[in-house]
Design a protein around this ligand. Sequence first.
Ligand code: F6P
Length: 550
Amino acid sequence: MTIDTLGSSAGEPTAAEAAWTRCLQDAKRLSRTTLREQFAADPARAGRYTLTAAGLTLDFSKNRLDEGALDSLLALATAAGLPSAIAALFAGAQVNNTEERPALHTLLRAPRGSDPRSQEVHATLARMEAFCHALAQGHWRGFRDERITDVVNIGIGGSDLGPAMVYEALQDRWIAGLRCHFVSNVDPLHLEQTLARLQPGTTLCVVASKTFTTLETMQNARAARAWALAGGLAHSDLARHFVAVSANVEKAAEFGIAPANIFPLWDWVGGRYSLWSAIGLPIALGVGMANFRALLAGAHALDEHFRTAPLRTNLPVLLALLTHWYYHAFGAHSHAVLPYAQNLQWFPAFLQQLDMESLGKQVSRDGVALRGDSGGILWGSAGTNGQHSFHQLLHQGTRLVPADFIAVLQSASSQRDAHLQLLANCFAQSQALMLGKSREDAQEELLRQGMGVEQAKWLAPHKACPGNRPTNTLLLSRLDPGSLGALIALYEHKVYVQSVLLGLNAFDQWGVELGKVLGNGVYRALTAGAPCQGFDSSTAALIERARLGQ
Ligand code: F6P
C-alpha cells in the first residue's frame, strides 16, 4: 500500500494532500529519466546537492531528484507542519501524546546554562564524572580492595544498543585497564558466557533500565547478583559492585541497589533516545567523561543545525523527505544503512530500534488508521562485508532499496593503503548502483573478451545491472566522539521528520507490550505442572515440546 491516493480524499484536498499530489507528479516525471542522464546533463549536480553541517557532509546527488521535485518535497514538509513540529520538539511540548510526555533528548546534550531546564541533567553528568574518576583512579574498589577492571552493562533495547554501539565505535579511545561488556539477552548463555571470563571482585554491574521492570534485564540482574554472592561477596559488599540507571528509583532500591548508586533518568527521555543520559554510563566509563561530553557536543551541534537551518539545507529534513519519497511514491519497502567502518558495525542494529520502534505504527497521532504505509524496514551492516553478501540484491534484485553509505575519511589505522581500498569500495558501490550496466554494454564487453556472438547475447542479460538506484553518501572526517554524536542525532531527527510527514507519534511503542504480556502467559504454562490450556494448537504443541526438552 502506498499513499498515492492521498490526493483523492473526499472534498477539498488539504494543503498536505495537494503538496503530495505534486510530489507524485514529480515522481512520475523523474521516472522518465535516469540518474545517469541527470549527471550527464548537469556537471554541477554533485556540488548542488552536497551539504555540510555539524562536521558531517551529505552528498545526496545520487537521488531521483531535481529542483522541481525538491521544491515539491519541501512544500510537503511545510504543509505537514514541520517547522512548528521542530519548534515543539525543542520547546518540550507533549510530542509523545499517548504517554502525555515531551521527548527532550535534545535537552540531554544542551550545554550548561543554555536552557534553564537542564540543571538536573548537568547535576547527573557531574555525578557520572565523579564516578568515572573514582573508578579510573582506583578510588572505587571491589570488596577485596582490588581495582575494578570490568563493567557489565545489563540492559536491553535502548538501555543496551546505544551504549554498546558507541562503545564499540570509539574503541580507539578505550581506557586502559577497564573493559565494558554488554549483556542484553534473556538467553542465560549471554550472561553466563560473559561472566565466565570475569572475577566478581573486579567486576562492576550497571543495571540499566528506565522502567526497572523489563523481564530480561531483571532476570539477568538477579543472575548476576547470585553470581557475585556465590563468588564470595557478602550482601553488604553488593554496593561496591552494583549500580543502576533508572527512572524508577523505588524499584531499583527494592532490588537492592544502594540509593547512592542509582543514577536518575527521566520519563521525558525515550529508551531509544537515552544513550545521552546516564544510560550512557558505560560509554563514559569506557572512553572517559571528556569523550562522553564530546559526544554530547557533537549531537548538540546537529541539534542546532536541525533547529535553525532552513528546510532546504537541513540534513535530517532532506534525508527524511527522500526516504518518505521512496517509500510512498516509488514503492520501496526498506532502507539500507551501510557504514564503511568496522567500528560502526553495530550502527545499523542501533538504528533499527530507533527507526522501526519509532515509525512502526498503524495509526496517526489522533488514533486514525494511516492512509498508507508506516515506516519501512531499516537494515544494513558494515561494508565491505555486505558486498559479499546482500549487495547482489541491491545491484540486480527487482526491489528498490535506497541506501545510505557512511564513510570515514581519516582512519585511526596507520595503514593508509588498506583504508583507501575501503573508501574506493564505498564510493564505487554507490557509483555502480547509480550507473548500472546496460545489456548492450555487457554484450559488447563479452565480445571484446572473445566470446562468440550467440553466447554473449545469452549471457548479457545476466550481467546487466539496471542502475538508477538511489543512494546518499555521508562523510565523516574522522570517527570521533563529536562526529559520532552528530551522526546519531542526524538519524534521530530524520526519524522525527518522517513521523511528522506520516502524522504519527514517534515516541511510544505500544506494540511491544502484547508480546511481553503473552510471553508471561507462555512462561507460566512452561513452568506449571498442569496440562497446557487456553492456547492455540501450535503454541500448545510448542510448549509441550519445550517441557519435554525434545
Ligand atoms: O522493547 C521495548 C522497550 O520498551 C524499549 O523501548 C526500551 O528501550 C526497552 O524496552 C528497555 O526498556 P527499559 O530501559 O525500561 O528496561
